[in-house]
Every structure is written in C-alpha cells, then in structure tokens.
Design a protein around this ligand. Structure first.
Ligand code: HEC
Ligand code: HEC
Ligand code: HEC
Ligand code: HEC
Ligand code: HEC
Length: 243
C-alpha cells in the first residue's frame, strides 16, 4: 500500500507533488486509524462464536431458528487483513471497489438452495423479463429478500397483499368463476382479498374458493404473514430442506 501512495505523489510538477503530499498527510492518518479499527472489528467477528451472535439483530423468520449463520452469510474471499487493506485502499481512492468485510451480502441463492420448487407460480427468475422492469423498480420481485427480509421475526416484510396490483391491475380472466368477479374486486381496489383465496407461491395443496364468503378471514392471513399459524393448509407440496 505504501508504494502506491508514494507513486501517487509523483505529479507533473514539483509544486503539485508537494501539495499532494501535504494533502495526503491527514488522509494517511485517517487511513491508519481506519485500518486499525477495521482490523479490530474484523478480528472480533472472526473469533466471536458463530459470526458474532453478540451483534444486535432481530428474531429469525419462523422456521429459521436453527439455521447456521453461514448458510446465508457466506464468508467473503481473502483474509481479514487483505479485506481490511482493500477497503482502506478504496477509501483512499486507490481502488475502484470496496471489499466485502468478513461476509458477503446475502442474496436469494441460499434461499433457493433450501426452498427451490418447480411449481412456484411466481418464481423470481420470471421477473427478469423486460416487461417487469418498471414493476421491479417499485418492488424488486427478482429477489426473495424484497418480500422476506431476515431478522424481523415475521414471514413477510412487504405490506400485506396490496402489492398484487403491481402486476394484476388489469385482471380479466377469460373464465371467471368467482363472486364477486375479479374485475369487480379490482375496480373496488379490494387488493387485500387476493391472499384470502390464493397463496402466493402455490405451494399449498388447496384450491381457491369461488365465493368470497368462503375465503379465509383477512385477519388470519395477517397473522400468518406475521408469525401465526398457516391458514391455507397444514401440509405443503414441497417441504423446505432441513437445516
Ligand atoms: C436465512 C438466512 C439468514 C440466516 C440464517 C442469518 N441471516 Fe443475518 N441476515 C440475513 C439477511 C437477508 C440480512 C440482510 C438484512 C435483511 O434482509 O433483514 C441479514 C443481516 C444480518 C446482519 C446485518 C444487520 C442487519 O440487520 O442488516 C447481521 C449482523 C446478521 N445478519 C447476523 C446474523 C447472525 C449472527 C446469524 C446467525 C445467528 C444470521 N445473521 C443468520 C439472512 C440471514
Ligand atoms: C438451510 C435451509 C434454509 C435456508 C438457507 C433458508 N430457509 Fe427458509 N425455511 C427453511 C425451513 C426448514 C423452514 C421451516 C418451514 C418449513 O419446513 O417449510 C423455513 C421457513 C421459511 C419461511 C416461513 C415459511 C413457513 O411456512 O413458516 C419463509 C418465508 C422462508 N423460509 C424464506 C426463506 C428465505 C427468503 C431464505 C433466504 C434468505 C430462506 N428461507 C433460507 C429452510 C431454509
Ligand atoms: C413479491 C413478494 C414475494 C417474493 C419476491 C417472494 N415471496 Fe415468498 N411469500 C410471499 C407471500 C405473500 C407469501 C405468503 C403466501 C404464501 O404462503 O404463499 C410467501 C410465502 C413464502 C413461504 C411460505 C409458504 C411456502 O410457499 O412454503 C416461503 C417458504 C417463501 N415464501 C419463500 C420464498 C423464497 C425462497 C423466495 C425467493 C425464491 C420468495 N419467497 C420470494 C411473497 C413473496
Ligand atoms: C411482479 C408481478 C406479479 C405480482 C406482484 C403478482 N403476480 Fe400473480 N402472476 C404474475 C404472473 C406473470 C403470472 C403468470 C400469468 C401467466 O402465466 O399468464 C401470475 C399468476 C398468478 C395466478 C395464477 C397462477 C396459476 O398458476 O394459474 C394467481 C392466482 C396470482 N398470480 C395471484 C397473485 C396474488 C394473490 C398476488 C399478490 C399477493 C400476485 N399474484 C402478485 C405476476 C405477478
Ligand atoms: C373468492 C376467492 C378469490 C378471490 C378473492 C380472488 N381470486 Fe383469483 N381466482 C379464484 C379462483 C377460484 C380462480 C380460478 C381457479 C384458480 O386459479 O384457482 C382464480 C383465478 C385467478 C387468476 C388466474 C386467472 C386466469 O386468467 O387464469 C389470477 C391471476 C388471480 N385469480 C388473481 C387474483 C387477484 C390478483 C385477486 C385479488 C384482486 C384475486 N385473484 C382474488 C379465486 C379468488
């Protein structure tokens, strides 16, 4: 690192070089403080049991209580020292990108490792199609985490069902078996009714009722989206992989 900083001071004229060298002094001091500080944090994380359970974070999604942290928080490449150095170089403007500290950001990949199912009626990969570009700016349906953030102690972290309208605002089934009809529900903006008849992923072995009065109670759905019992069914078509 020292070598690169020195190289930076070789400017077109002596004057600029001196100015740069002076200007760099406080930065270098900050850099050493940052390096020391971040190395300490990195070491604390590395040696704390199970990626620092001491770090404050919320309760797990129901069913995730026994999953090892590293199943979702993959360890970033490089030693802690290399990561610390890479980040200091980034802060100094000597590197184009920062390095992940200790652990990579969580993606949908570990979710799919345990929850992949070919019958999903809303698989995230479908929403990579260009026609969903606008919608994904409002709610990024290409990622599990947009709807299921972790450490909140709930199943769903996006506001109740209302998001169906993003894609189904012009819903007019050719054969509409329900009363009131789908277009009527849409016209009346009754978006919270959708989940009272349909689950989202289609992973429950049940058929949607045709009468709104036979639908699930909206409050039972709300309770389920938090951490309550599953009103759709007690079994699923595809079970999740055990931790
Ligand atoms: C099922 C996947 C999963 C597991 C298991 C998991 N995490 Fe997370 N964690 C996440 C996600 C996703 C985020 C990003 C924030 C969010 O979406 O809520 C996160 C964020 C964090 C953060 C950053 C703080 C924050 O809320 O942004 C910390 C710290 C953390 N997790 C620690 C842990 C520890 C410690 C464990 C083990 C006890 C653990 N995590 C287990 C998925 C997981
Ligand atoms: C190691 C396997 C594993 C990983 C990784 C994992 N899950 Fe799970 N998940 C489970 C198990 C097991 C359950 C308990 C419910 C079940 O058996 O179906 C569960 C439950 C859930 C639930 C609540 C379902 C219910 O019926 O109670 C949601 C939502 C969920 N996971 C989403 C995710 C998301 C999003 C991710 C990625 C951040 C993820 N899971 C990562 C295994 C996993
Ligand atoms: C646009 C929002 C959204 C996205 C994106 C999303 N989900 Fe869901 N998910 C829901 C809703 C709403 C429910 C509750 C209704 C239900 O049970 O289907 C749910 C329920 C679940 C459940 C419990 C019921 C079941 O199917 O077993 C699991 C597990 C789950 N999601 C996993 C995932 C995983 C894994 C991903 C990414 C591959 C994902 N979800 C992406 C909205 C979403
Ligand atoms: C990001 C866009 C998007 C969102 C948000 C969305 N859907 Fe869909 N939905 C689709 C697409 C695409 C299809 C497949 C339609 C097709 O294949 O013609 C679909 C199909 C369906 C189907 C029919 C599935 C089948 O197999 O016949 C139901 C039921 C459904 N959605 C309900 C919902 C509900 C309830 C919500 C809100 C909780 C919702 N959708 C939110 C895009 C979305
Ligand atoms: C009273 C129960 C009920 C309610 C409420 C309801 N649906 Fe349906 N829906 C059905 C039934 C029944 C079908 C036809 C068979 C099936 O897909 O299960 C259907 C079919 C669909 C389809 C497939 C349409 C096609 O062209 O094949 C979509 C998409 C859909 N519903 C979305 C929604 C959305 C979005 C809402 C909220 C505005 C909603 N539904 C409200 C019961 C309901």
């Amino acid at each position: 690192m020292g070598a690169s900083v020195a190289r930076m001071t070789i400017g077109p004229t002596r004057q600029t070089a001196q100015r740069r060298r002076r200007a760099l002094t406080p930065e270098r001091r900050t850099a050493s403080i940052l390096l020391a500080g971040s190395t300490l944090i990195a070491l604390a994380l590395a040696y704390a049991p199970d990626y620092g359970r001491s770090i404050v974070h919320g309760p797990m999604t129901p069913g995730h209580e026994h999953i090892a942290c590293v199943r979702c928080h993959a360890v970033a490449p490089g030693s802690m020292r290399q990561q610390a150095q890479a980040n200091v170089r980034y802060w100094l403007g000597l590197r184009r990108t920062g390095a992940s500290f200790g652990h990579e950001p969580v993606t949908s990949k570990p979710c799919l490792d345990c929850h992949a199912r070919e019958n999903d009626r809303h698989p995230i990969h479908r929403f990579r199609e260009p026609r969903f570009l606008l919608v994904t700016r409002t709610l990024d349906t290409r990622s599990c985490l947009s709807c299921h953030a972790e450490h909140r102690g709930v199943r769903l972290t996006v506001a109740n069902g209302e998001f169906c309208q993003l894609c189904h605002h012009d819903l007019k089934p050719r054969v509409d078996p329900i009363t009131p009809s789908h277009p009527q529900l849409v016209a009346e903006r009754r978006w919270t009714t959708c989940l009272t008849c349909h689950d989202f992923h289609g992973n429950h072995p049940v058929k949607a009722p045709t009468q709104l009065e036979h639908a699930h109670d909206a409050q039972a759905i709300q309770a389920y989206l938090a951490a309550g019992p599953d009103p759709y069914s007690t079994t699923k078509i595809h079970g999740a992989k055990r931790p």
